[in-house]
Ligand binder design. Structure first.
Ligand code: BG6
Length: 499
């Protein structure tokens, strides 16, 4: 592994994201030699912490990775803390001083990564100060990493983007969508563009419909306050689901580069049909979980969750149908659904192919059509793919039956595979933006989602409900049924839920 050189300046360095994701990911990169002698981290936040205390917190955050005392010492010695009020100009001057010193001391060649691990309402102020107080380095690179939520609609997203653009150019901005760091989401491109048997069929001539499910078994847990204002549409559809749609729908890039891929993804997202209100009502449904049970376990309804308004009409489930107006996808529905407290955790894509033109076995299959070929991509909790084909049933006569070619990555392979944040941090260090979202993607996604939200906001009737630990409200099943289709979903035999 080649060593990368950079100073990380983490705003929100005492926060949950930093502790849960960033420090452990940096440590993994350190262990692998992707960062070594030439890196330093400045953590900033309002609290008054000493370097020593900061290093203790970092040590705790990497405990699970079983570091040796020597590893702890050498890793944490690169961490520095500076109490910082993001609106106080003078404190940026101190920050710059420390940054320059560390740049010298660790020979960082002027490379700086700014990570904003805090509420987006501060992004603008921070960016302005970074610019006005000259915290950008003159040699080396300057890169900015930010996280969702990126606005709450197109308008606020644009304002946010304009405010950070005061200091950073689009090339320097790395917007994280952690789904793009997932192994099997990245694998979509390999499956499509590495296999002629799929890519040559990847269009409306051969594909009947595409189904994307992001099912969670958990409820809102500790995040009721945030979630109640957001809802599933903004929490999952605007970002993760539309990113997956883009990867499935985009045209093949001429070369696998960040520029080429992002250009194609932008085109795909901009080709998704923007509905009017009537079309939203026809093509999108929502739901909220009520109390329910699975086996002996009982689950409270959404209204009884912590920090949730008991009369809330926030959706915890969304299902819908996207249409993509391109030659490739004309008439092919992309059905999507996501929800909390569904039967099981399962993120999956089903590519449902059209049946053969005629069924020559119709005398024995007792139906006019053969079962469809289905390519399933398992994103999590198991990772791999399966392909359902029709074959002859063993025995006399000639019965035709579906068989499933099933592949999963082994748990051993996965143990050594980097976690999403680790991959994304390394990509950013290397300046590879493939797995980050471009502003034009964010803008297109909000435009698609805004009209759905606005339509729902005008509705006065009660939101449909579904019992906790079921696969969503009836409306979601009806949505496909009225098109003469149904959700393809079987329990994942390869998955054993941890007790
Ligand atoms: C986050 C959402 O972006 O993604 C959460 O805010 C959701 O509500 C999470 O639980 C799901 O991520 P994953 O990686 O567990 O599928």
């Amino acid at each position: 592994t080649q060593e990368n050189k950079a100073l990380f300046i983490i705003f929100g360095g005492t926060g949950d994201l930093a502790k849960r994701k960033l420090y452990p990911s940096l440590f993994r990169l350190f262990r692998k030699g992707a960062i070594g002698k030439h890196f330093a981290v400045i953590g900033t936040a309002r609290r008054e912490w000493t370097n020593d205390h900061f290093r203790e917190v970092v040590t705790e955050s990497i405990e699970e990775l079983n570091p040796t005392p020597k590893e702890i010492d050498s890793f944490t010695s690169h961490f520095y803390y500076q109490a910082h009020n993001v609106t106080n100009t003078e404190e940026y001057v101190t920050l710059e001083k420390l940054a320059s010193e560390l740049n010298e001391e660790y020979q960082l060649e002027g490379n700086r990564i700014f990570y904003l691990a805090m509420a987006p309402s501060f992004f603008g102020t921070i960016a302005q100060h970074i610019k006005s107080e000259h915290i950008l380095s003159d040699d080396g690179f300057n890169r900015l990493i930010i996280e969702k939520p990126f606005g709450t609609d197109y308008k606020t997203a644009k304002e946010l983007n304009d405010s950070i653009s005061a200091a950073f150019t689009e090339d320097q901005i790395f917007r994280i969508d952690h789904y793009l760091g997932k192994e099997m989401v990245q694998n979509i491109s390999a499956i499509r563009f590495g296999n002629n048997i799929f890519e040559s069929l990847w269009n409306h001539h051969y594909i009947d419909n595409v189904q994307i499910t992001l099912a969670e078994s958990l409820g809102v847990e500790e995040r009721g306050g945030y979630y109640d204002k957001s809802g599933a549409l903004k929490d999952m559809v605007q970002n993760h689901i539309l990113q997956v749609v883009a990867l499935l729908a985009m045209e093949p890039p001429t070369i696998f580069s960040d520029r080429a891929i992002r250009t194609e993804k932008i085109n795909a997202l901009e080709s998704i049909r923007i509905y009017n209100e009537e079309e939203v009502k026809e093509n999108f449904v929502r739901g909220q979980y009520s109390s329910g049970h699975l086996g002996k376990n009982n689950f409270v309804g959404y209204h009884d969750e912590k920090d949730v308004d008991p009369s809330s009409s926030t959706e915890t489930f969304v299902a819908g149908k996207f249409m993509i107006d391109t030659f490739r996808w004309s008439g092919v529905p992309f059905y999507i659904r996501t929800g909390k407290r569904l039967t099981e955790k399962g993120t999956r894509i089903n590519i449902v192919f059209k049946p053969t033109p005629i069924n020559v076995f119709r005398a024995s299959t007792q139906s006019e059509e053969l079962p469809e070929n289905i390519l399933t991509i398992y994103i999590q909790p198991t990772e791999g793919f399966s392909l359902t084909l029709n074959g002859k049933e063993v025995g006399p006569g000639f019965a035709v039956d579906p068989v499933k070619l099933n592949y999963r990555h082994s748990s051993e392979t996965l143990e050594n595979s980097p976690e999403a944040y680790e991959k994304l941090l390394l990509d950013c260090l290397k300046g590879d933006a493939t797995n980050f979202t471009h502003w034009d993607e964010v803008a297109a996604s909000w435009k698609i989602v805004d009209i759905i939200r606005q339509t729902w906001d005008k509705e006065t009737g009660a939101i449909p409900t579904y019992p906790a630990r079921t696969m969503g409200p009836k409306e979601s099943f009806d949505l496909l049924e009225k098109d003469g289709r149904s959700w393809v979903w079987e329990p994942d035999q390869w998955y054993r839920e941890k007790e």
